[in-house]
Write a protein that binds this ligand. Structure first.
Ligand SMILES: CC(C)(COP(=O)(O)OP(=O)(O)OC[C@H]1O[C@@H](n2cnc3c(N)ncnc32)[C@H](O)[C@@H]1OP(=O)(O)O)[C@@H](O)C(=O)NCCC(=O)NCCS
Length: 171
């Protein structure tokens, strides 16, 4: 019987395996995305809020969170988010998202923003309605901009442009 993947916070040394997984899931087109520009500006993901799913020493799923602010309100931007093809449709993607959200809430964060499909993320607590006045700094389908409030009222009156919260840190 296959043991279900275990989720652990991403460590510095996990980056090559995680980036391989992301490259396989998205292909080279991801570097053109507006969300990718924001991530570059943020410099590095928040490691204690970014999770890797491991199966027998292989990284089979990942989610990363980045520090941003939305019109002056501190928030986290989620992505990339990927599950290895062989492990899809078994609940691992949802488990990664919920784990990252729970850990962010536990550590006192109020908001997560992402660009993604509402049919997938809606049942996980994300909504485009709460993000209707949130603007990304580049071309994006506004219906795919989604927000989850991690505490009641955290998305009330949310409006403004999303900025990376930290300048890029040179390697
Ligand atoms: C999106 C992704 C991470 C989901 O991982 P997963 O482990 O298969 O997710 P889960 O098993 O928790 O959920 C799967 C369910 O979500 C549905 N789902 C997956 N992607 C979806 C989407 N884009 N829109 C709507 N539903 C989606 C599946 O149909 C499945 O539903 P079912 O079990 O009722 O058939 C995975 O498909 C993937 O890596 N895709 C390529 C990269 C990508 O698109 N990442 C997301 C960018 S925001």
């Amino acid at each position: 019987m296959t043991v279900p993947p275990a989720l652990f916070p991403e460590r510095l040394q996990d980056a090559p395996l995680v980036e391989g997984l992301i490259a396989r899931a998205f292909g080279p087109g991801r570097f053109a995305k507006t969300a990718e520009r924001l991530r570059e500006d943020a410099g590095r993901p928040v490691r204690e809020l970014s999770f890797v799913a491991w199966s027998e020493g292989v990284a089979v799923g990942c989610v990363r969170l980045w520090p941003v602010d939305i019109g002056g309100t501190p928030a986290l931007m989620l992505g990339p988010f990927a599950v290895d093809e062989a492990w899809r449709r078994q609940g691992l993607g949802a488990a990664l998202i919920l784990r990252a959200c729970d850990e962010a809430r536990r550590r006192g964060h109020g908001l997560i923003v992402l660009v993604g499909d509402e049919p997938f993320f809606g049942p996980l607590g994300f909504s485009s309605a709460e993000a209707r006045r949130v603007r990304l700094p580049g071309p994006v389908d506004q219906r795919r901009v989604l927000v989850r409030a991690l505490r009641p009222g955290a998305a009330d009156n949310l409006a403004g442009r999303v900025h990376a919260a930290h300048p890029a840190i040179p390697a």
